[in-house]
Write a protein of this length. Structure first.
Length: 291
């Protein structure tokens, strides 16, 4: 049954509790060798403090295409990674708005977001399987949709083709990949240059003020700024490099997927990388597997 009131992802995501879970448990759940503990520990709290709990970018796009797919019988969904429960909240609210109960498989190589998603899935009563696995090796069966948000930029370029090939292999004929990602407008570019020594302390100072204004205790606000500073300086996208528009299209074509739509949203932003400045812009991408 279609709900009387249209739900947003924020309506169904208890982000304060999700953030508290990752803040407390990421140091134990994240594998030490992966270097993701600071990122996963702080990310949900940063969404609360800096973005007032807003959903990940592009959720309206996902809702629109989920509704169209659900109307054509789509039920089985693979979510390929997520920093926390933001993407699952998008998928769950989108299907609820369509009056459809999906079967969702969530896959991430880190146990922290996997556990966060299991908690949200249980709270919402979802038909959810959350797996700790790497999309380099994982393939599902019979998926109608693959949902990915800012995922490929976290993988080295020599791994991206395998990930997209596994997405394609997981889809039924006629299925689709729905992806929101920043795309580099001026070619692929080189990996990001580390932030300057003066940049991160200024960002930490602003974050401390925001955290205090959001009600965090002084010691916790200071610790959040410290943790965020560490992952700002070493986040994986600085090592793997941006995703170029041409590269994205080539990856999908090689996997047998047809890019049907690329909608650019928002303004272009200039970021420093190893060769100078690179312009990028968020894009909403639909790629289909031929029936």
């Amino acid at each position: 049954m279609v709900p009387d009131v249209t739900l947003t992802p924020k309506d169904i995501e208890p982000l304060e509790r999700i953030a508290r879970f990752s803040w407390d448990w990421a140091p134990a759940l994240c594998a030490p060798g992966d270097g993701c503990a600071d990122y996963h520990r702080a990310w949900s709290t940063l969404r609360l403090v800096r973005a007032q709990g807003k959903p990940p970018a592009g959720w309206q796009f996902f809702h629109g295409d989920i509704a169209r797919a659900a109307a054509q019988g789509a039920r089985r969904v693979l979510i390929s990674g997520g920093a926390d429960t933001g993407v699952l909240a998008i998928v769950a609210s989108g299907f609820r708005n369509a009056g459809v109960s999906p079967q969702i498989t969530y896959v991430d190589r880190c146990a922290t977001p996997v556990m966060q998603n299991r908690l949200l899935g249980a709270e919402l009563g979802l038909d959810l399987t959350a797996r700790t696995a790497d999309m380099l090796d994982f393939r599902a069966e019979g998926m109608d949709l693959v949902i990915a948000h800012s995922f490929l930029v976290f993988r080295p370029r020599d791994q991206r083709g395998r990930v997209v090939a596994n997405w394609a292999a997981s889809l039924v004929p006629g299925g689709a990949v729905l992806m929101s990602s920043a795309l580099a407008e001026d070619g692929e570019g080189e990996p990001w240059r580390p932030a300057g020594a003066d940049d991160i302390p200024a960002r930490q100072a602003r974050l401390t003020e925001q955290a205090r204004a959001a009600g965090l205790a002084p010691a916790e606000a200071a610790e959040l700024a410290e943790v965020a500073g560490r992952f700002w300086a070493s986040r994986p996208t600085r090592r793997t490099g941006p995703l170029g528009d041409g590269e994205m299209r080539g990856l999908f074509a090689a996997a047998g997927l047809t890019v049907e739509r690329v909608d650019h949203t928002g303004k272009s932003t200039d970021l420093a990388n190893g060769t100078g400045m690179l312009r990028r812009r968020r894009a909403e991408i639909v790629a289909c597997k031929l029936a």
